[in-house]
Design a protein around this ligand. Sequence first.
Ligand code: FAD
Length: 314
Amino acid sequence: MTSLSGSVPLQSPFSVSFEFFPPKTPEMEESLWRAVQRLEPLAPKFVSVTYGAGGSTRERTHRIVGRILAETTLVPAAHLTCVAATRGEVLEVADAYWAAGVRHIVALRGDPPAGEARYTPPPGGFPWASELVAGLRARHDFEISVATFPEGHPDSISLDAELDNLKRKIDAGATRAITQFFFDNWTYLRFVDQARKAGIRVPIVPGIMPVTNFAQMARFAANAGATVPRALAPLFEGLENDPETRKLVAATVAAEQCQQLARAGVTEFHFYTLNRADLTYAICHILGLRPCRADDGDPAPVGEASSSAAGERR
Ligand code: FAD
């Protein structure tokens, strides 16, 4: 493993975005909010909030996005899916976001609702993300990001089909692709190369998943079509009841992944935070990102991070 020290400049050339999911309970919401406050001073480009399978979190997603908009300096991006809704219903949600001041949508097909193994296009709805992008583009001047899958989407017949689909989404008006998480950087870099050859010019931002719980991540990966390298499992072996050491290992692995990507020229990262700040914060720190004060943009001591974030402005 190469050394982490001395390989990143203090003034970070990197920009980051953070993904959260809408919490189910008041306790989980508290924990989400602590994560938001801790990460806010790192001045991410945007923070996104997911939309539960089948639109099951519609209200919660809307509420969290609204709170981010009202109570922080962060730019929220609301995830929106095609699942279990007509075109009119989806566009109504988009209208409500626009009216609330949200200007960035992550437009997705969506996962099948719980209990359904396969995706079926909803009657009267948008069948695919590309059509949702076109619908949103015609409705409001949103910034639109979309998903992409460097190892191919599980439903795609080939990587070429994945690239064709990404191209359709960009041609329909999306301006950024965010990847499914991956662990093999060469797979991602090859995919970006192929995308450029296919005429796709927008940023293809790597989605980074810091692994805190190996078994849970392996389940996510199996559903998402992401390969888990053989070398990863042994790093977490024997740490099932040792969350502190697991965190240290996870931060090292993800920081190493980001640094390798940075050496290959990547300057933008999207972190799947799982509503926790600690690992994402540590990795961003290693990338050279430092907290800024809300008032003057200067770095603030880490201990002041929460008071210089939403706390002071409320
Ligand atoms: P699409 O781009 O519509 O593609 C899905 C599949 O359909 C592909 O195999 C594609 O090749 C195929 N396809 C597309 N168009 C056509 C066509 N015209 N004819 C035939 N086949 C076609 N899920 C959620 O439920 N909520 C979220 O908040 C959420 N956030 C996500 C964020 C990111 C960054 C990522 C990477 C994924 C996210 N997902 C989320 C998961 C995502 O919704 C699923 O992986 C879904 O199965 C695919 O979504 P998509 O937008 O890529 O779909």
